[in-house]
Design a protein around this ligand. Structure first.
Ligand SMILES: *[C@@H]1O[C@H](CO)[C@@H](O)[C@H](O)[C@H]1NC(C)=O
Ligand SMILES: *[C@@H]1O[C@H](CO)[C@@H](O)[C@H](O)[C@H]1NC(C)=O
Ligand SMILES: *[C@@H]1O[C@H](CO)[C@@H](O)[C@H](O)[C@H]1NC(C)=O
Ligand SMILES: *[C@@H]1O[C@H](CO)[C@@H](O)[C@H](O)[C@H]1NC(C)=O
Length: 179
């Protein structure tokens, strides 16, 4: 009985249609499900005379996001320090030196905690310091089989996965019955 139902369904939708739909669905969903790369300071980048506390205010940094520091490689740098050294602008014992030399450094925020970054060479005293609190992704609305279906997609995208799951299901059915 169920087989007959599926057969009718499959014959009324061509596989090409299903794959076209799938393609569009994936194109639409992928950017929403991906993590965020924050360019520190926005268009200003990592520079002097900018208040990074104000910039970070109201933003949510989630585990899996990145910070992107863009700056003059001949002048500033990017050092991760602890809270004490952040407050004191002490760059003598950084926890991590993220400076690669290109003036474009990407820092993965892959642990749920506070991160503190400063520029050495005295620039921290001019305001080149930023503290971000990295949070866990908000829990998905409801536990569902979608989670195990797409373990690599963040929960930001869960809500948009529904159509894909149905589309894939439909495509699969067509496959099986048209083969
Ligand atoms: C930061 O590191 C300095 C030097 O290693 C240390 O004296 C200080 O207690 C540390 N602060 C925190 C909050 O861990
Ligand atoms: C950080 O690393 C860069 C590139 O390896 C290096 O040139 C620079 O001296 C280092 N800075 C500190 C403070 O360790
Ligand atoms: C976070 O990223 C850093 C740098 O890529 C890496 O060394 C570290 O192992 C990562 N930590 C976790 C918990 O994934
Ligand atoms: C940045 O602005 C905050 C208020 O949003 C202020 O408390 C802080 O002192 C400012 N920092 C600098 C370096 O001017």
């Amino acid at each position: 009985m169920e087989g007959t139902k599926k057969r009718v369904f499959a014959s009324s939708i061509s596989p090409t249609m299903v794959f076209l739909f799938l393609g569009f669905a994936v194109l639409l969903i992928l950017p929403m499900a991906s993590a965020t790369r924050f360019t520190v300071g926005g268009n200003m980048g990592w520079t002097t005379n900018f208040n990074y506390t104000t910039w970070a205010k109201g933003k949510h940094f989630y585990n899996g996001d990145w910070l992107f520091f863009v700056y003059d490689r001949n002048q500033q740098n990017v050092l991760e320090v602890n809270k004490t050294d952040y407050e004191a602008c002490n760059s003598d014992h950084p926890l991590h030196n993220w400076t690669t030399g290109a003036g474009r450094d990407v820092v993965p925020l892959n642990v749920t905690r506070h991160y503190y970054f400063i520029s050495g060479k005295g620039f921290c005293f001019g305001g080149m310091k930023i503290a971000v609190h990295v949070e866990n992704l908000p829990p998905p609305p409801k536990a569902s089989p979608i989670k195990s279906f797409a373990p690599t997609l963040s929960s930001k995208g869960h809500i948009f996965l529904m159509p894909i799951v149905f589309a894939i299901g439909a495509a699969w059915d067509s496959f099986i019955y048209l083969w």
